[in-house]
Write a protein of this length. Structure first.
Length: 284
């Protein structure tokens, strides 16, 4: 038996009258913060990156903007003594995003950073920055909450590697070296003159790219690490989950989770095959 009318789904959308409607008339929630980093367009210009944003899309005129007004980070996991300081910092970031600082500008402005956020008169800024973010690290690194509240962000992978090398030197104990086994996947539709032997292991091992670990990985017990892939979502082992190394074996790494919902959970990390999503590998 067939009904005479189109049925309505759980969102009360008339499925028989969605011709020309965006997303078939269904409600779609797009989450994000326009003050954060623009979409990355490979080899694109500044205009290309701006044009790739949702606000430059032809559907933007049909979108309804809803703004969040309560900063949950000020009320969750923060002590009352730090709430005012965090609120002042949050308001300062909000003023930057809204263009209230730096005076009138055409997209570029000079912003004065508050004195309490600066590390001045430093002979070694990198070491001073690490000491500022991770004070008394050797005395507190066994505390799971210590690494939950701290992180260093860097714009370039080379800077990240320098920070990692310096922090690794802080930790006591013997370091363990892990090397990758790099190879080329021969796929269909490859050009006829392709010769895999031209890409030596030394060349493959020297490639550094976003989303892929370096060929040579040095670790010590106690150092913080971060997952780059989803391993077990049910147990909270997802891309971005932070852990702390507990044991270093020859074939596996035992680590305990320090972020997310399964804090303190111990897991074994083994070797896995990783394939970069970027098909345009660097040639030098």
């Amino acid at each position: 038996m067939h009904s005479k009318h189109w049925t309505e789904d759980v969102m009360n959308v008339d499925l028989g009258n969605t011709s020309g409607s965006l997303f078939g008339g269904k409600v779609v929630v797009l989450g994000g913060d326009f003050r954060q980093i623009l979409p990355v367009v490979q080899n694109g210009t500044r205009n290309d990156c701006v044009n790739a944003t949702i606000s430059s899309s032809y559907i933007w005129s049909n979108c309804k903007v809803l703004k969040l007004t309560k900063n949950m980070r000020l009320t969750v996991g923060s002590q009352m003594s730090n709430t005012l300081e965090i609120k002042q910092f949050a308001d300062w970031l909000l003023d930057i995003g809204q263009g209230n600082l730096g005076g009138p500008n055409d997209g570029e402005a000079t912003i004065t950073i508050p004195e309490d956020l600066l590390i001045k008169d430093s002979l070694d800024p990198m070491s001073d920055l690490i000491d500022f973010v991770y004070p008394s690290m050797l005395d507190r690194f066994n505390d799971l909450t210590y690494f939950q509240e701290r992180a260093l962000l860097a714009p370039l992978n080379d800077v990240v590697q320098e920070i990692n090398d310096r922090m690794l030197a802080y930790f006591p104990g013997q370091e363990m070296e892990y090397l990758s086994s790099d190879s080329i996947d021969v796929v269909e539709n490859v050009y006829e003159d392709f010769d895999p032997t031209l890409y030596s292991p030394d060349f493959l091992n020297g490639i550094k790219m976003s989303g892929m670990p370096n060929h040579r990985l040095l670790l010590k017990v106690g150092v913080p690490i971060m997952l780059l892939r989803n391993i077990n979502q049910r147990k909270g082992l997802c891309n971005g989950t932070r852990l702390q190394v507990a044991t270093l074996g020859k074939r596996v790494i035992e680590a305990k989770v320090v972020s997310g919902t399964n804090i303190g959970f111990r897991t074994l990390l083994s070797r896995i095959s990783l394939t970069p999503s970027d098909k345009k590998l660097p040639s030098s």
